[in-house]
Design a binder for this molecule. Structure first.
Ligand code: 13P
Ligand code: SF4
Length: 323
């Protein structure tokens, strides 16, 4: 009798990725005593399997307070690094180690060290979207949700270096009335929204409110009805009575906006070119499959030299105390 061993093998082989991926991830979560933290810019299916979804500050707080033994960070490298800074004894997994951040990359540590040396006596406040090396050179870390609050607590006579995001830095200067020396870094996603297309959308949807992240450039922020961190934008879209919103940040956030307000209409702000470049290419490197494999294989693991972790911890703790 003829047996087609090739097709037989194909049918009986155990698939590397289970069909019930969500069920398998939930089972691994129990087995590992893991917590899944996801940023709003992750794919909707990752957000739906997460224990906590949040902005950078909320996720840092969750990372600082978790009892889980394993932290699976569905976000980008600096976010997982932050979790490791706060949790040296926990296993921190990032589904794709290549999930970096253009803003963090726009601030190389050696160049920042030179910049800092050129401004002696300045207090260094760094946006959390930076590497552990930059954090270690900083006095205080901030996020987009607490940057204004933190700068407002600094004595008037203290000079400040703010990095690495020039748009957030400029916005904080406007809000606080403080002069700061700004590192000229930027995010490729938030600098790509088209002012012209936003204005066209406003004309087509006159009742729509424009929501913008402070990483956007001034011409886009100029048209915003509300500016804030991802969590603040989500809260505003929930509480405001408008039925339409133009959303000038990574469109992953719209998943939660739409879940909270299924009747409201959310329009992603378009990028300058006809591309999908309003999506963060780094955040989107993570997939549900990679998340499963990371948990199954307990790798890729985020590690940090201890001296660097300790140096980066101090300004992180200052942020958590001040916000
Ligand atoms: P939030 O802190 O507002 O979540 O922003 C993180 C981020 O990477 C924005 O691009
Ligand atoms: Fe970095 Fe921009 Fe992506 Fe945020 S959206 S993670 S700042 S590249």
């Amino acid at each position: 009798m003829f047996i087609n061993t090739l097709s037989f093998r194909k049918i009986t082989e155990t698939p590397a990725i289970p069909y019930d991926l969500v069920g398998a991830i939930k089972a691994l979560k129990k087995e590992l005593n893991a917590v899944i933290l996801a940023h709003y810019y992750q794919d909707p299916d990752i957000q739906d399997v997460a224990d906590y979804i949040g902005d950078s500050l909320e996720l840092s707080r969750r990372a600082a307070s978790t009892n889980a033994e394993v932290i699976v960070f569905a976000g980008v490298h600096f976010m997982a690094e932050t979790a490791k800074i706060l949790n040296p004894d926990k296993l921190v997994l990032l589904p794709d180690l290549k999930a970096g951040c253009s803003l963090a990359d726009s601030c190389p540590p050696d160049e920042f060290a030179t910049f800092k040396a050129a401004h002696p006596g300045h207090l260094v406040i760094s946006y959390i979207n930076c590497s552990a090396e930059i954090k270690a050179m900083s006095d205080i870390i901030c996020t987009s949700s607490n940057a204004v609050k933190i700068v407002n607590q600094i004595p008037e006579d203290r000079s400040i270096i703010f990095g690495p995001d020039r748009n957030l830095g400029r916005y904080v200067m406007q809000q606080t009335g403080r002069e700061m020396v700004i590192w000229q870094g930027a995010c490729i996603v938030h600098e790509n929204f088209s002012e012209k297309k936003i204005v066209q959308l406003k004309i087509a949807h006159p009742q729509a409110k424009v929501l913008a992240h402070p990483e956007c450039e001034p011409p886009v922020l100029h048209h915003a009805d509300f500016i804030g961190s991802t969590s603040a934008l989500l809260k505003y879209s929930h509480e405001n009575s408008s039925q339409e919103f133009i959303v000038a940040t990574e469109p992953g956030i719209i998943h939660q906006m739409q879940k909270q307000e299924p009747q409201k209409h959310f329009i992603p702000a378009p990028p300058i070119n006809n591309c999908a470049c309003n999506e963060c290419p780094f955040m989107r490197l993570n997939t549900l499959e990679k998340l499963y494999l990371a948990m199954k294989n307990r790798t890729p693991e985020l590690t940090l030299p201890e001296h660097l972790r300790i140096a980066a911890l101090r300004p992180m703790q200052r942020m958590l105390e001040m916000s």
